[in-house]
Ligand binder design. Structure first.
Ligand code: UGA
Length: 434
């Protein structure tokens, strides 16, 4: 099937490349011709594990092409809308890019081309898009197909979905989506067919549910720390209950990224607009925001000097994305309080530099950043940090204090190297031997 994909950010590029690798004829459109020429030459414009391999495979098999012109998508039988839906100042989602993309698609394709919304849009938006199309005198149909891809594991998630959700208005649209995902249906992957608004709601509730789970485990971790209980055993045992599930029970410095904070804010707005209570979500959002200063306080209270080594600035491991990164939010509070930060991230240094945060200097490796630091603070769970040479780190640092806010180091080894270590959900004097 000939399929257009509008927008080549995380969602669009992964979707286009992976559908091409599953046999569809894909044309990806981006308004930036700089991005288009890079992609044409096989250069990945986003950091995502293995995406470059699949991109080049698709290019070599002529299954994917790139353009900045809507005229080139004119013979598409379906078009995925994968443009950004940033937050407005009041937290609601801004749909300007989506409306503009849809308008260009209807003007350049025939009426049988199905327009599939993959961008995360508030419940009710697809119906609005449908009305917008009809008001402009066109007959194209709208469907939606929310994505559940995690940055850093997007290829794996695309190839191993827990479910594919499609919101449609009729059986023809459903048939087009079934044909696009035929390779998954053959594997018996869950395929949920629903109406437009429920399709949109499923995405918001999934992200919000996961963020509530994280906020809750974070608060319980703080309680464990106070009462000398072990958060690792707690998460493990609680997660063994199938009704709860073992994933997203890792405590840390708070959730971040371009999805959870934005989508939880938007869902709150939707509830408010519909005069519905969203107290649970509200509490979780507040708890996550409070967490940044809680983490900064924990560091400041237990550090003597003003020089800190920061390890990890991305919002999680496996990505160079620093949007709404808890690490960056915590660092801003530390800088406001007069701390000097020597920072290192395996791949986010360049993105971080663009923020121009005063008194935060980036280094090319862990050990240069740790030189003479009063404390070392791990804020992102990079694999590289799990293999730190603790003895070397101890000798380089001045204060001999470690804050492992992702609980990735071996605590006993760190103590053995001479460090005083602070974790999340384990008390200061926590001893694993008990
Ligand atoms: C999230 C969802 O997981 C995807 O299903 C969804 O498609 C995507 O948003 C989206 O809406 O596009 P992502 O933002 O890439 O994916 O990252 P996650 O892996 O979900 O992590 C989000 C945040 O939660 C990170 O800051 C991470 O460190 C934090 N987290 C996650 C924890 O603190 N503890 C955990 O146990 C898990």
């Amino acid at each position: 099937m000939k399929i257009g994909v509008i927008g080549t950010g995380y969602v669009g590029l992964v979707t286009g490349v992976m559908l091409a690798n599953n046999g569809q004829d894909i044309i990806c459109l981006d308004k930036s011709n700089q991005i288009v020429s890079k992609l044409k030459s096989g250069e990945c414009t986003i950091y995502e594990k293995d995406l470059d391999i699949y991109l080049n495979k698709a290019i070599n098999s002529s299954k994917i092409s790139f353009t900045d012109s809507y005229e080139d998508i004119s013979d598409s039988e379906a078009v995925f809308i994968c443009v950004g839906t940033p937050s407005n100042e009041d937290g609601s989602a801004n749909l300007d890019y989506a409306f503009s993309a849809i308008e260009s698609v209807i003007k350049n394709t025939n009426k049988d081309c199905l327009i599939i919304i993959k961008s995360t849009v508030p419940p009710g938006s697809s119906k609005e898009f449908q009305k917008f199309i009809h008001d402009k005198g066109y007959e194209h149909k709208i469907a939606n197909n929310p994505e559940f891809l995690r940055e850093g594991s997007a290829i794996y998630d695309f190839m191993n979905p827990d479910r594919i959700v499609v919101g449609v208005t009729d059986s023809e649209s459903e048939a087009i989506l079934r044909s696009i995902y035929d390779y998954e249906l053959k594997k018996n992957t869950n395929f949920v067919v629903t109406d437009l608004t429920s399709g949109e709601m499923i995405k918001y509730v999934s992200n919000s549910f996961l963020s509530i789970k994280i906020s809750f485990i974070n608060e319980m971790a703080d309680l464990c720390e106070k009462i000398d209980a072990n958060i690792h055993d707690l998460s493990k045992a609680v997660g063994m209950d199938k009704r709860i599930g073992s994933l997203f029970l890792n405590p840390g410095p708070g959730y971040g990224g371009s999805c959870f904070p934005k989508d939880t804010r938007a869902l709150q707005k939707i509830a408010e607009k519909n005069l519905c209570s969203s107290q649970v979500l509200e509490a979780s959002v507040k708890s996550n925001l409070d967490r940044y200063s809680l983490m900064a306080q924990k560091i400041m209270k237990n550090t003597k000097g003003k020089s800190l080594c920061i390890l990890g600035m991305s919002f999680k491991a496996g990505t160079d994305d620093i949007r709404e990164s808890p690490a960056v939010e915590i660092m801003k509070i530390l800088v406001e309080n007069g701390y000097r930060l020597n920072c290192y991230d395996p791949i986010s240094n360049e993105n971080f530099k663009l923020l121009n945060i005063q008194n935060a200097e980036t280094f090319d490796n862990i050990y240069d950043a740790a030189q003479d630091a009063d404390s070392i603070v791990i804020l992102t769970e990079w694999e590289e940090f799990k293999h730190i040479d603790l003895d070397k780190l101890y000798n380089l640092s001045k204060g001999k204090i470690l804050f492992d806010l992702r609980n990735i180091l071996n605590r006993e080894m760190a103590i053995k190297s001479g460090f005083k270590i602070f974790n999340i959900g384990l008390s200061e004097n926590f001893n694993n031997d008990r």
